[in-house]
Design a protein around this ligand. Structure first.
Ligand code: UN1
Length: 512
């Protein structure tokens, strides 16, 4: 008699703790993918932990989401921007209320430590308040006309339905950089988040629902790049594609968007350098280098993966850096003692270990610390890599040229300031750079000569704030900036308006 009762309890408990199945959000309703298939979202700190199951969406789901966004567009376009901003402000309030829970979920699905996922959520909150404020600005120009009794001005116009594809390293911050300015400008959107971090965007979209955003303005479709991302990029109704991710995928998207005549904004790789001059505060430079290189386990487009150090201080700097790096506590992001979490998935683990191998063998760089996967105890169930420092790295070697996107950094010696700038600029990317120096003239020369979209003085390469433009040159981007009012350049078109109140035909440029 007791056995079946026990069984029932076990089953019930099992059911209560089974990972939840999530849905897409289309036209203001939560719906399964049309094929009914789901994929599992694993915790990278312990892959036995399944965070949830998410719709394995395909072109059919994209079709439905784009149709919903297209239907919502004509009405949303006519909602005054200050009113659109009120929804966005409410989203910010909801994110503040739920910050802890969102950040906790984010660490569980992405891996980075709780302090950093709180920062990620905070960045979306900052963005919500910043963009909401802009609802009462969205400034255009009024200007003169060359003709009498004629008025000239510019206004921002919406574009239409936007397809947004976001990465896993900033699971809510980067979606906020795209969704919020897009909808403030009067567009409607379909977002396809990275398959590693759909829960954070699910929670974000929940906030839009709770804020009362009209159905169809924000639509969420989860799935993989090839099956859900690709049909979004090529869908004829999509007027603009905004993508953050790998350079390889970004180039494909750029080609497809060009072919179909769509607007396209790309935020891709980086190979960011910190220059440490002989007059730098070394203590500060080491602290900045550790945070820049190993924050988010190095999985930032802005990560400091090169440390270009003046020959006079390189010995001391190296010793201090290695000591600090070895002391970093690597472990699950939910453990408050951890300072560096796992990398996000198996592919990323293999990619980073592969680069470490290249550094050791092909590049013949000196492995100073780290260099291995960590597998003691429960770490064996996750994707942990010991923070890795290479020394004596040649500027042209593979690990000093290619983006690794993991907890690996390369110390490159330099002779002097000019040499440092040449090395810093000698890569195919141009996102972020930093210089540590106490010489104000050097600082300004560096700001002038470093070929990047973002440049820091006496601070690491990471830590961008949402009200300033974010983005890079060369292989990093295609000329756009996210963040700041510059983001509105992506998500709106300028419309130029002339009003002739002369009551007669006036001809510009025609003199006779
Ligand atoms: C990224 O590097 O992938 O600047 C985004 C920072 C963050 C955003 C980084 N605010 O470090």
């Amino acid at each position: 008699m007791s056995t079946p009762a026990k069984k029932t309890v076990t089953n019930a408990r099992k059911k209560a703790t089974a990972p939840p199945t999530y849905a897409n959000y289309i036209q203001g309703a939560w719906v399964a993918s049309k094929n009914g298939e789901v994929f599992a979202n694993h915790n990278p700190a312990d892959t036995r932990d399944i965070v949830g199951y998410f719709p394995h969406s395909t072109a059919e789901d994209i079709e439905a989401a784009v149709a919903a966004a297209a239907e919502a567009y004509p009405r949303w376009r006519l909602v005054p921007p200050p009113k659109r901003a009120e929804y966005i402000f409410r989203v910010g309030e909801i994110l503040i209320r739920d910050k802890e829970a969102i950040s906790h979920d984010m660490t569980r699905e992405m891996g980075k430590v709780l302090k950093e996922t709180r920062g990620d959520t905070q960045e979306a909150i900052d963005m919500a308040y910043f963009v909401a404020g802009e609802g009462r600005r969205l400034y255009g120009q009024t200007t003169t006309s060359e003709l009498a009794n004629k008025f000239a001005m510019t206004v921002r116009d919406a574009i239409g339905v936007c397809g947004l594809i976001t990465p896993w390293n900033f699971p809510i911050a980067i979606p906020s950089w795209k969704i919020l300015p897009a909808i403030l400008c009067g567009n409607t959107v379909v977002i396809k988040p990275a398959e590693d971090t759909p829960l954070s965007v699910y929670r974000f979209v929940k906030a839009f629902e709770e804020a009362g955003l009209p159905p169809g303005v924000v639509n969420l479709v989860t799935g993989y790049g090839e099956t859900a991302g690709a049909p979004l990029v090529t869908h004829p109704t999509i007027r603009l594609v905004s993508f953050t991710g790998s350079t390889q995928v970004g180039r494909i998207i750029a080609t497809q968007a060009a072919d179909k005549g769509k607007k396209c904004s790309l935020e891709m790789g980086g190979k960011n350098a910190i220059v440490v001059m002989d007059d730098a505060n070394l203590e500060l430079a080491v602290e900045g280098a550790v945070w820049g290189a190993f924050g988010t386990a190095g999985q930032r487009c802005t990560a400091a993966s090169r440390l270009i150090v003046h020959k006079k201080v390189i010995k001391k700097f190296t010793q201090m850096l290695v000591e600090r790096t070895q002391a970093l506590r690597v472990g699950p992001g939910l453990d408050p003692a951890s300072e560096v979490g796992p990398v996000v998935n198996q592919d990323q683990l293999e990619r980073v270990l592969h680069y470490i191998d290249i550094g050791r063998t092909r590049d013949k760089a000196k492995l100073l610390c780290g260099g291995t996967r960590l597998t003691e105890g429960d770490l064996a169930h996750g994707y942990f890599i010991a923070p890795t420092v290479f020394g004596d790295v040649a500027p042209q070697s593979v690990i000093a040229q290619e983006e690794i996107f993991g907890p690996v950094t390369a110390i490159i010696p330099c002779q002097d300031f000019e040499d440092a700038i040449t090395i810093a600029n000698g890569v195919g990317y141009g996102l972020s750079a930093a210089i540590y120096t106490s010489d104000i003239n050097r600082a300004f020369q560096a700001m002038r000569d470093l070929e990047t979209g973002i440049c820091y003085v006496n601070a690491p390469t990471i830590g961008a704030e949402v009200h300033l433009p974010f983005g890079g040159i060369k292989g990093t981007g295609n000329g756009h900036r996210e963040g700041g009012v510059q983001a509105f350049e992506i998500f709106s078109e300028w419309k130029t308006l002339y009003v002739d109140f002369s009551g007669r035909l006036q001809k510009a440029q025609i003199t006779d």
